[in-house]
Design a protein around this ligand. Structure first.
Ligand code: SF4
Ligand code: SF4
Length: 620
């Protein structure tokens, strides 16, 4: 075939590619712009780590991730080769006979072998092993793409063996370039479009997990109601999904047999966008039931290898529903409690005052105190959690930490924010910020991971910035001398015999995943005589207790599937440890509820109570 024929084929396939890409670009451009490039150094570092080095992909699924990385690295390495072959085919310039191109071809050989090994592995996995995350049917398109990539590598390697200018050499060359062109035309409409867009999506992903910018009521923002309200990053996300199912298999709601599947949410967004009815209500696309099943645990977007953010869509849609008065009934009573009494249980603040007095707590004074202890709703009203706080106070006093509390506290607003009641969240948050500004603490200490996230990260969006530390982190630092003296005793051969006990630790999502604090609780437990039996799903990828996103208040009897807390409780039981240590009041409530249903004998201990018990046992 002539150069002219090659031009015709080239232009036809490129036009097919461009038309499909243009549709997607138009949809992204039509969406309200919510692209952000703040925290540039972090974004560049994450791009190098997760795109160029494929660290996230390999870390989560080592063998499959490595095979995928071989294909990706080969794809990048072959970019120059493909360009040179096309320049030659189009008659623009012939660089194929240069020495450097010969050397480059030789250097590509190990990449070609790597791609072949990788793609055959992925093909077998997809066609025969078929893990549940990939869906219940074999995608024909994936098989075709895998065969295309195999053909490209085989024809590349064959070119070394075939004489140039022979018929076999010609056929081999044409098969190679025609497969590239067919590949080009196929990818925009397939999940392989992620090859083109995922580097951009990863770069644009917010550095903050579960990033939910405040709504601006002056601009009449009410959240996401219809397809046209989705921001540009959300639309880009919808076209980036590689359908790997990592979000799905890590979602606790899906794991407990509920309807919610975060992968489906992204694919439904994609289908709806391409169907081009921009007025369609989001509640009709995803179903309202599904939107209220999310615990906001963050596992989906944390696990996604291509930078997709699910929570802005889920919570944005909840905002839209709440603004139309479509929140579930159980939230109605919680909102009522927040509105009337500024706490989730609707209890009178005299109860908090009684606790504050009984625990001998002083009102915070920046000139006198080192830290402000934030009690939170649970600390103010939940008798069980107040025991944990008393333990924390004992530890602080024994180590001479000067602390105080606010004379009044409102709920930090997390349950309102994560359920989409942005107006109520902003009322609570701005009220608290006013009080905090007046008190002017340099550091806030709290035992509630939700308070860490909300006060430490969400309040920054109102311009209020303060260091917020979880008690596990603070107390770990505070008790390091215990570890040092144990080491010194060890060195002298005079180590006191410390009775060890087997426990399991449940990482709260808002501590392990959101705040990344996974070592400090373990360090504390080990320091004070615990041998930890890790449950499945631990550290920065825990399985949620089921309380987040307002689901603490949902009627568990009404829920389809199992209860998330029951699933987690079973995982903790399966470790064989009879003691479960928790570090979040809401995890504790949920898991104790699961224990009561299971009617088994498991001991629950809050981390601070555990540590204080051991310290007092040692007379420290
Ligand atoms: S945040 Fe958690 S519960 Fe919600 S969709 Fe993602 S994984 Fe599922
Ligand atoms: S949203 Fe991300 S994790 Fe989920 S299937 Fe798509 S690419 Fe995979």
């Amino acid at each position: 075939m002539s150069t002219a024929a090659f031009w015709v084929l080239f232009l036809a396939f490129v036009a097919a590619f461009a038309a499909q890409v243009a549709t997607r670009v138009r949809l992204i451009a039509a969406a309200p712009n919510n692209f952000a490039v703040d925290s540039l150094p972090f974004r560049v570092w994450r791009f190098v780590r997760d795109v160029l080095l494929q660290v996230r992909t390999i870390r989560e699924r080592p063998l499959t991730g490595l095979m995928h990385a071989f294909v990706f690295w080969g794809f990048v390495a072959f970019g120059g080769y493909t360009t040179v072959e096309f320049l030659y085919g189009l008659g623009i310039v012939d660089l194929t006979q240069t020495n450097w191109f010969y050397a480059y071809r030789m250097a590509l050989t190990p990449f070609a072998i790597g791609v072949l090994v990788g793609i055959v592995y992925l093909l077998i996995r997809r066609a025969f092993v078929r893990p549940i995350a990939l869906g219940d049917h074999v995608s024909l398109e994936s098989i075709v793409i895998a065969l295309f990539i195999t053909t490209l590598m085989v024809t590349f390697l064959l070119a070394f063996r075939l004489e140039e200018g022979t018929a076999a050499g010609h056929v081999n060359w044409w098969v190679h370039v025609l497969v590239i062109l067919a590949f080009l035309a196929l990818i925009p409409a397939s999940k392989h479009f992620h090859l083109v867009v995922s580097p951009i999506t990863v770069f644009l992903k917010s550095p903050e997990l579960g990033n939910l910018p405040n709504l601006d009521f002056e601009k009449e923002q009410v959240g996401l109601e219809t397809l046209k309200d989705l921001g540009s990053k959300m639309v880009l996300d919808a076209f980036t999904c590689v359908e790997c199912g990592r979000c799905q298999v890590n979602c606790p709601a899906w794991g407990a047999g509920k309807e919610l599947n975060p992968k489906k949410i992204i694919l439904q967004t994609q289908d709806a966008l391409l169907a081009a009815n921009r007025e369609k209500k989001l509640g009709e696309i995803y179903s309202e039931t599904v939107l209220w099943q999310c615990t906001t645990c963050g596992a989906c977007e944390n696990q996604c290898p291509v930078g997709i953010e699910h929570l802005p869509i889920v919570i944005g849609s909840r905002r839209g529903l709440v603004s139309n008065g479509d929140a579930p009934e159980y939230l109605g009573s919680m909102y009522n409690n927040l509105e009337r009494r500024s706490n989730i249980w609707g209890l009178g603040y005299d109860q908090r005052t009684k606790f504050v007095q009984a625990a001998g707590l002083e009102t915070f004074d920046a000139a006198k105190h080192d830290v402000l202890v934030w009690l939170g709703c649970a600390g103010s009203f939940d008798a069980d959690f107040q025991k944990s706080l008393r333990s924390l106070f004992d530890i602080l006093r024994a180590r001479g930490v000067r602390f105080g509390v606010l004379s009044k506290e409102k709920c930090n607003g997390d349950p309102a924010k994560r359920t989409g009641n942005e107006y109520m969240y902003q009322e609570l948050a701005t009220g608290n910020i006013e009080d905090l500004k007046a008190a002017a603490p340099k550091k806030i200490l709290t035992s509630c991971p939700h308070c860490v996230k909300t006060i430490g990260q969400d309040y920054v969006k109102f311009g209020y910035q303060v260091e917020v530390v979880h008690s596990s982190v603070f107390v770990e630092e505070l008790t390091r001398e215990v570890a040092r003296s144990a080491k010194a005793e060890d060195a002298r051969g005079a180590k006191a015999s410390v009775e060890r006990e087997v426990v399991t630790f449940h990482d709260p999502c808002y501590l392990g995943r959101y705040a990344g604090k996974v070592d400090e609780p373990r360090e504390l437990l080990a320091r004070f005589g615990a041998d930890i039996k890790e449950p499945v799903r631990n550290r920065d990828n825990p399985y949620c207790c089921g309380a987040g996103g307002g689901l603490l208040f949902a009627d568990k009897e009404e829920e389809p599937g199992s209860r998330i807390s029951d699933v987690r409780f079973k995982q903790l039981r399966d470790t064989g440890a009879n003691t479960v240590v928790t570090a979040c009041p809401f995890c504790s409530i949920m898991l104790k509820g699961a224990q009561a249903s299971a009617q088994v004998d498991t001991q629950f201990v809050d981390l601070m109570t555990y540590v204080n018990g051991k310290l007092q046992g040692r007379g420290q």
